[in-house]
Structures are given as structure tokens and as C-alpha cells.
Design a protein around this ligand. Sequence first.
Ligand code: SF4
Ligand code: SF4
Length: 160
Amino acid sequence: MNKIDKKLIDKSLSNKKNNKKLLTKITLKNKKKIDQIFEIEHQKEFENRDCLECANCCKTTSPIFRDKDIKRISSFLKIKERELINDLLFLDKENDYVLKNSPCSFLNHDNTCIIYNVRPLACKEYPHTNRKKMHQIIDLTLENSTICPAVSNIISNILN
Ligand code: SF4
Ligand code: SF4
């Protein structure tokens, strides 16, 4: 991760409490418009961002692997679903399959993903800043702002 992105993450970590207060206020005030507000900032952010220079999400967190993901990935790898589960995954407190280790075992040294075309839906949708009903995932978004520099920037632009 470059220095600018590192600073964005540090800023989100130190402002987490205040950001939560401000973002909750803005969200409650603009419940109907909040998805559009995030969508605009998301588009602006990712137009100028190359995730291959970062991959902090793949290095530090785990996506959820749904049954459909496990099926698709194991078929692509030509291994049994049970083998994929036993080797790489475990059931977390919410009873979701997540990675045993980080960085993700499918991450290459150049930050590309070995299973990119069949990756879990959660990877495809990360960092979830262009979703519908953003007001329901404000806490998750704030959490992601301490992992993903793009989310940190998106929140900062919305708050300013
Ligand atoms: S989604 Fe965020 S954390 Fe993941 S690679 Fe892109 S900028 Fe980095
Ligand atoms: S499956 Fe691919 S995109 Fe998803 S966390 Fe692993 S390396 Fe990243």
C-alpha cells in the first residue's frame, strides 16, 4: 500500500468515532438519497484507483464463501468441495465459511487473483459502497474504511 493510502487508513482509524456520528446523521437526514450519494462518490473514487496497487482487502480480511461460491471455485480448481473447505476455510461465529488464513491463498505476488473469474460474490462486491440500502450497512462501511483506502476517501468526501 502506498503512503497516501496508508494515511487514509490511519485517518479512518483515528476518526472512527466521529465519522460514525457524522455519517449516521447524514444518513438519517438523507435516507432516500444516501444510496445515490455513495454511488456518485464510489464511481469517482474507482475511476482513478487501481486495486492491483493495493489488495489490502485480500491481504487482511476474508470474504464469505457461500455454498454457490464453494461449488464454482472447487469446480474451477478441479477439486472436491470438501477439499477446498478442509484446506482453506472454517465456519465463523455467524456460521459462514471464511478463510483460515490471510493473506488469501488465492492472491498472487503481483496482487492478481488466481480465481478472479470465479471469485466469491463478496469479493466482486467489495467494498460495498455502491449498494442499495446503504443506510443498513453504515457500521460495516465504517469498518471497511479502516481496511480499504477507497472507502476511507469516499466517506471523507461525503462528510466534507
Ligand atoms: S477494494 Fe479497497 S482495499 Fe481492496 S484493493 Fe481496492 S482499494 Fe484496496
Ligand atoms: S478470492 Fe481473490 S479477490 Fe477474493 S480475497 Fe482471495 S485473492 Fe482477493
